[in-house]
Write a protein that binds this ligand. Structure first.
Ligand SMILES: *[C@@H]1O[C@H](CO)[C@@H](O)[C@H](O)[C@H]1NC(C)=O
Ligand SMILES: *[C@@H]1O[C@H](CO)[C@@H](O)[C@H](O)[C@H]1NC(C)=O
Ligand SMILES: *[C@@H]1O[C@H](CO)[C@@H](O)[C@H](O)[C@H]1NC(C)=O
Length: 399
């Protein structure tokens, strides 16, 4: 037999429950940011020049007379940071891009629950504090488009959770630390537009999907050891450095590679083997503005999805391979500024209304009978005298 519900008890429970709900929702009662986090935020603000903090900016709302993680936010700490759900720890800092100027406080290291730090597109200067390495939960770090100087601290290798590192467009110098290799979760590395010198690290982080170190002062050769284990690498952007040597086939055969841009370096040769039955996802290859000698790499025409190829402004000779003209998915082909000879394959000029099926240029070479009506044949070929010199006195016969 069921007992009748005990009314008094029931109401009592209900009241306690309601109070509990009320208690959780009252902001002033429990939310308090960790003292170390408050100190770090204060220091972050103190290191920024007051005159570079506009009135309507995020940092201007960082008023420490109230608790940073307190919710709801009405007038204070309106933007620039987020806190853990229990309002005790700062978990992300994303500053607005309003031109904050100053250096980055070393006390940033006290924000040990930080997952995301983005100070991009401001005017921070000075060095990157090596204490950053205490942020062991940090997954994404962007200091791009600032004026940071000095080296990338080798302690960066301690940021074991890092997935995305963007330090592009600063004034960082010195060599790229080998400790980057220990960042086993790093999928994107962008160090472009800095002043890094020396060679590529002996071993790159193994899970990279995207490697970008454009426009720096790196030199030396591109060695296979740097790229071992990089089975997920999709994009390689190393243009605008001083790399030398002969590019070898393994590089173009990295299993996940889609785009590679090595333009504007000092490479002297390229060797590309047949892909055979291996899968290749390679879509775009840019080797323009180097010192590559020899013939056009005919084996590239076998790469199944290659759609864009530039070898412009090198020192290539010999004919344009017939295979290139038969490759129907090739849409962009820039071969201008070499010493290519012979007659370009007719297949390039069969498009409707004399338009070529590819865009690009064969100009500024030593080609014979490049149809002048075709855009592909602009600009004009080199003067005969230049070509004769290169080919040892006499022009090569047509192919
Ligand atoms: C080559 O790189 C240098 C240095 O990064 C840059 O100043 C120049 O404009 C680049 N040239 C081309 C053709 O991309
Ligand atoms: C390769 O990089 C250079 C320099 O950043 C750029 O000008 C060029 O367009 C890139 N090539 C391709 C195919 O995107
Ligand atoms: C094409 O690839 C094969 C190996 O697959 C190689 O023996 C040959 O030298 C390559 N041809 C050129 C012109 O590089």
């Amino acid at each position: 037999m069921l007992k009748p519900p005990h009314n008094h008890h029931h109401n009592h429970h209900h009241l306690i429950f309601s109070l509990l709900i009320l208690f959780i929702h009252l902001p002033f009662s429990i939310s308090t940011t960790a003292t170390a986090d408050i100190a770090a935020l204060k220091s972050l603000k103190t290191f920024i020049k007051p005159s570079s903090i506009p009135p309507s900016s995020c940092i201007s709302t960082w008023d420490f007379s109230s608790d940073p993680c307190l919710t709801p936010k009405r007038t204070h700490f309106i933007c620039g940071l987020t806190c853990s759900p229990d309002s005790t720890r700062v978990i992300s800092i994303t500053l607005d891009s309003v031109g904050y100027s100053g250096s980055l406080t070393p006390y940033i290291s006290q924000l040990t629950q930080l997952v995301l730090l983005d100070l991009g597109q401001n005017s921070f200067h000075g060095t990157i504090p090596s204490s950053l390495s205490s942020l062991s939960l940090l997954q994404s770090l962007s200091l791009s488009y600032n004026s940071f100087t000095g080296p990338l601290p080798s302690s960066i290798g301690n940021l074991k959770s890092l997935q995305d590192l963007d330090l592009s467009n600063n004034l960082l110098s010195g060599s790229i630390p080998n400790t980057l290799f220990s960042l086993s979760h790093l999928t994107r590395l962008d160090l472009s537009f800095n002043k890094f010198s020396g060679t590529l690290p002996a071993k790159l982080p193994p899970n990279l999907h995207e490697l970008a170190i454009k426009a720096n002062s790196l030199s030396g050769t591109i060695t296979k050891t740097s790229f071992t284990e990089l089975t997920q690498l999709e994009t390689v952007e190393l243009s605008g450095n001083s790399f030398t040597g002969v590019l070898q086939s393994w590089l173009f055969q990295l299993p996940a590679l889609q785009q590679i841009n090595l333009s504007n370096n000092s490479f002297t040769g390229v060797e590309i083997w047949r892909v055979g039955k291996k899968l290749s996802s390679l879509v775009a290859v840019d080797l323009g503005f180097n010192k590559i000698e020899g013939y056009l790499p005919v084996n590239l025409s076998e790469y199944p999805v290659l759609a864009s190829l530039s070898l412009r402004y090198n020192r290539l000779r010999g004919p344009i391979p017939l295979q290139y003209s038969k490759k129907s998915n090739l849409k962009r082909l820039f071969l201008d500024g070499n010493y290519l000879s012979g007659t370009p394959p007719a297949g390039f000029f069969t498009g409707v209304g004399e338009e070529s099926p590819v865009i690009g240029s064969f100009g500024d070479n030593c080609l014979l009978r490049c149809p002048p009506k075709s855009e592909l044949c602009l600009p004009l070929q080199k003067p005969m005298s230049v070509c004769k010199k290169v080919y040892g006195g006499k022009m090569p016969r047509r192919n």
